[in-house]
Design a protein around this ligand. Structure first.
Ligand code: NAD
Length: 314
């Protein structure tokens, strides 16, 4: 039996520990278990988090090992090598695939009921590695996918259009990486199509502006890594949103990464489509109508990911 409010985080680096902190503030978890190879640093992080318990809802935060994941409801994998400046996400593939495979195999010895959430990059390929190494059903091994990219897209559109990001509905689909697809045909602002918003705006989105904005979304991580070495705040909030949807059985539509089983003719690859996320993890993968160019770009994204998958031993 899993504890409905226990979250295990494997890999307590910048992303793992920032996620633990957002989770601590949220009150969502009853227990947060942290696992990392670097036990000395982790002990310091756990002390630092615990010293804030007076100020937040009750939660037990501790360090542990794989067997302590026995009753975790969600297992987050954020362990691995960091993206270096200029390095593409796919370059990280071989370094991180082995780490991910070992972690999943070690944990599934003790727990085969949890939902696994992969965050380590390249996240879509590693979600596939985790799924295949775990033997778990498709819905219970998911990646953070383009939840972060979609939030970046919404933020930039909100700035461009002068509208609250929470009223902007826009998705990035496909790979979390260079081949990702910003889906302009689906954008609306609380039901008002983008074209109608733009008609009334002196800041109309021209073709060039759209292209610049799409590139800005795609290149966000590179710029942040160049500036400060890593990205961790927004991704942690994206992870919290996914975990919240699972723990509360929200049936939220989020662009998590999961195994394709015939969507748009795709298969044997994990990538992001709008997905209903609830207690079962990725409960339903949706295939909305796309403009022909967007559909082609999505299929290209699947091809790019499949080429990476073919380069690793599963
Ligand atoms: P980091 O180097 O700060 O942390 C990685 C941690 O993993 C380190 O603490 C390291 O000791 C630990 N680790 C390595 N091998 C391990 C193992 N076998 N078992 C347990 N722990 C192990 O890196 P970071 O900035 O926290 O990023 C982590 C990952 O998240 C990277 O792959 C990064 O690219 C990715 N990331 C993904 C997204 C996304 O949207 N999917 C966003 C940001 C970062």
């Amino acid at each position: 039996m899993t504890d409905q409010r226990k979250i295990a985080i494997v890999g307590a680096g910048a992303v793992g520990i920032t996620f633990a902190y957002t989770l601590q503030l949220s009150g969502l978890a009853r227990e947060i278990l942290l696992i990392d190879l670097d036990k000395k640093r982790l002990a310091g992080e756990v002390d630092d988090l615990n010293h804030g318990l007076f100020f937040v809802p009750p939660v037990e935060i501790r360090m542990g090992d794989y067997e302590d994941c026995r009753d975790a409801r969600i297992i987050v994998i954020a362990a691995g090598a960091k993206q270096k400046p200029g390095e593409t996400r796919l370059d990280l593939l071989k370094r991180n695939a082995g780490i991910c495979r070992d972690i999943v195999r070690n944990i599934t010895k003790y727990n085969s009921e949890a939902v696994f959430l992969v965050v380590t990059n390249p996240v879509d390929v590693l979600t596939y590695v985790a799924l295949k190494s775990s033997g778990l059903p498709r819905n219970r091994v998911i990646g953070s996918g383009t939840v972060l990219d979609s939030a970046r897209f919404r933020f930039l559109l909100s700035r461009q259009c002068g509208i609250d990001p929470r009223n902007v509905h826009a998705y990035v689909l496909g790979e979390h990486g260079d081949s990702e697809v910003a889906v302009w045909s689906m954008i609306h602002m609380s039901g008002v199509p983008l074209e109608s918003v733009c008609q009334k705006c002196p800041n109309t989105l021209t073709k060039e502006k759209k292209e610049r904005l799409t590139n800005a979304v795609r290149e966000s991580a590179y710029h942040i890594i160049e500036a400060k070495g890593a990205t961790y705040y927004a991704v942690s909030l994206a992870m919290q949103k996914i975990v919240e949807a699972i723990l509360r059985d929200e049936k939220s539509i989020l662009t998590v990464s999961s195994l394709m089983e015939g969507e748009y003719g795709m298969g044997e690859v994990c990538l992001s489509l709008p997905t209903v996320v609830g207690a079962g993890g990725a409960e339903r993968v949706l295939s909305p109508p796309l403009a022909p160019k967007e559909r082609d770009a999505l299929l290209n994204s699947a091809r790019v990911l499949k080429e990476s998958i073919d380069q690793i031993d599963l």
